[in-house]
Design a binder for this molecule. Structure first.
Ligand code: ASN
Ligand code: ZN
Length: 323
């Protein structure tokens, strides 16, 4: 915790010095330097898709506003940006400083959050499924949605069946890691929940459990082993979830949590690095579970050593993807 906090504040200081230097040099040589625009938060004012992004509420480095959903989207996007910069040296979703755009108060009593291909969108929750105001309260949900942007710009995993479940799983993996990093939590201390505490308590404790898939709420259909893979068609029936992308993601999610626990320490240091390299350098739009598993096993060996390779292999074996 102490180390990562120290590194974080050191990076923040260096970032400020670099920005100031750029501005000074720009002034000296007579260029108008475009100010950095890391993120902006808008209010959709409950109007839905045709009014995206909406009314600008808080731009980069502007102070907090009265609307807590705006501040939560701001802080969550910023924490996600800082995680990818500090841990993987990645400058935003595209690696080139893409501005992070968020809209809050999307639609009326809207019980979801999503990445629309260009920005994050957050409903307020209806109070019947999600607690009102719940979606932006969850840092892992924010980081999950932003990671969809990275996946789209790197591996490009199609949102269907196994590649779609991998797409979902990578969003959960980095969603959870951003939360763990911001809390300074080791793999052993993490709760491995996605969206903890934002459902109505009577419905469940979280949206998903990475370590214990299928236990987050009553009716949670996530498997944690290939024996229980749910083979659904990718049709337009929302119950079939694009061929079970939010269901079968339980299998690679559990593989990640088991690998991180076996590797020990902070999950972002080893398991996170391995999964990040797989996502950004090895996987393709149609990659299946086995290919993702093999990529992470190989990367564990090349980035670290044979003991890490064995630990990652063991995790995929435990969920029935590798033998
Ligand atoms: N919140 C969901 C997700 O990001 C929205 C969706 O079904 N695409 O996975
Ligand atoms: Zn998702």
């Amino acid at each position: 915790l102490a180390t990562s906090a120290a590194i974080r504040s050191q990076r923040a200081v260096m970032g400020r010095i670099n920005r100031q230097l750029r501005l000074n040099i720009g002034q000296m040589i007579g260029f108008a330097v475009t100010p950095e625009r890391r993120l902006t938060v808008y209010d959709n004012q409950h109007q839905g898709r045709t009014f995206l992004p909406g009314v600008q509420m808080r731009g980069w480095e502007e102070p907090p506003v009265k609307d807590e959903a705006v501040n939560q989207a701001y802080d969550g996007s910023n924490a996600t940006y800082e995680f990818y910069r500090d841990i993987f040296d990645r400058n935003s979703l595209d690696g080139a400083g893409l501005e992070l755009i968020s809209s809050v108060h999307y639609g009326v009593a809207f019980d979801n959050a999503f990445w629309d291909g260009a920005q994050m969108v957050y409903g307020d929750g209806s109070g019947r499924i999600f607690q009102i105001g719940g979606l932006t309260r969850s840092l892992d949900v924010i980081a999950h949605e932003l990671t969809h942007g990275i996946t789209e710009l790197t591996a490009g995993l199609i949102y269907s069946k196994q590649p779609g479940a991998l797409n979902e799983s990578f969003s959960d993996v980095f969603g959870s890691l951003v939360k763990q990093y911001s809390l300074g939590q080791s793999a052993a201390d993490a709760d491995w929940l996605i969206g903890g505490g934002i459902l109505l308590p009577a419905l469940g404790t979280a949206l998903r459990s990475m370590l214990h898939p299928g236990t987050a709420y009553s009716g949670d259909r996530q498997p944690g082993h290939m024996d229980n893979y749910v083979d659904l068609p990718d049709d337009n029936d929302p119950r079939n979830d694009n061929g079970g992308v939010h269901i079968n993601s339980g299998i690679p999610n559990r593989a990640f949590a088991l690998a991180a626990l076996a590797l020990g320490g902070n999950a972002w240091d080893k398991a996170g690095r391995i999964w990040y390299q797989a996502l950004t350098t090895r996987l393709r739009p149609n990659s299946q579970f086995k290919e993702a598993a093999q990529a992470t096993v190989d990367l564990a060996g090349t980035l670290f050593s044979s003991s890490e390779r064995d630990a990652v292999h063991g995790a995929w074996k435990e969920v029935g993807v590798l033998s």
